[in-house]
Design a protein around this ligand. Structure first.
Ligand code: SAM
Length: 217
């Protein structure tokens, strides 16, 4: 039988540290959160492999490296009020919840949100608020946010979400067409201007909503 702790340590070393992510707080979070609890039981043996996995509803749990890469770009110090759009399995949510003060996360598919809530509760991650709805509109009642992470591919940066950044805040989002995107980092300067930086290429499921892709048919 697979030893999950050993598999997790190997994942962290080979997929995350060896690829250049060395922030000790992030490493600790990945060593602590049991990724196999966020996939269906039949897939638990693959939970620490180097890629995304299906989680049902045609959605995926992201590749561990991608979760680490985007988390690293957020430059988290520990005091942040953070918005996540696209809860999915809740794995990235769990990593973030160990690194910031409070996570507000939005998922459009009810069954995924409910399952994520169950696993997060079982891990006693109590600083997470989950909403079922269209995350392209953000969550103004919980903002402004010091950090925002969108975990689905967008045609463009949703303006309503960017507007919910606090001064000094960072927004990470994959932007591109439906099959290929680039990770973008938006920083809201203290004077309110937005600066934009480009990261690595990626392939995410689509961000579906009023300020994302429209569902056809
Ligand atoms: N970070 C997640 C994880 O570790 O499991 C992976 C998220 S998955 C790649 C993207 C998620 O975004 C899917 O669960 C999808 O249903 C959700 N999504 C897509 N459009 C959305 C929207 N407008 N609002 C909220 N969630 C959305």
């Amino acid at each position: 039988m697979l030893n999950f702790e050993i598999a997790r340590k190997r994942m962290v070393q080979e997929q995350i540290v060896n690829r250049g992510i060395t922030n000790p707080r992030i490493i600790d979070a990945f060593l602590k959160i049991p990724r196999h609890l966020f996939v269906q039981e039949a897939m638990a043996a693959q939970a620490y492999s180097d890629g995304p996995l299906p989680i049902g509803e045609k959605q995926t749990i992201s590749q561990p490296y991608m979760v680490a890469y985007m988390t690293d770009l957020l430059n988290l110090s520990g005091n942040e009020q953070l918005l996540e759009v696209g809860t999915g399995s809740g794995y990235q949510t769990a990593i973030l919840a160990t690194l910031v003060k409070r996570v507000s996360t939005i998922e459009r598919i009810r069954s995924l949100a409910m399952q994520a809530r169950k696993v997060l509760d079982s891990l006693h991650l109590l600083n997470v608020n989950i909403k079922i709805g269209d995350g392209t509109l953000g969550w103004p009642e919980e903002g402004p946010f010091d950090a925002i992470l969108v975990t689905a591919g967008a045609p463009a940066v949703p303006e309503t979400v960017a507007a919910q950044l606090a001064p000094g805040g960072r927004l990470i989002i994959p932007v591109g067409d439906e099959s290929n995107q680039t990770i973008i980092r938006i920083i809201k300067e203290k004077d309110g201007t937005l600066t934009r930086e480009t990261g690595i290429g990626c392939r995410f499921v689509p961000l579906i909503g009023q300020q994302g892709w429209q569902i056809n048919g």
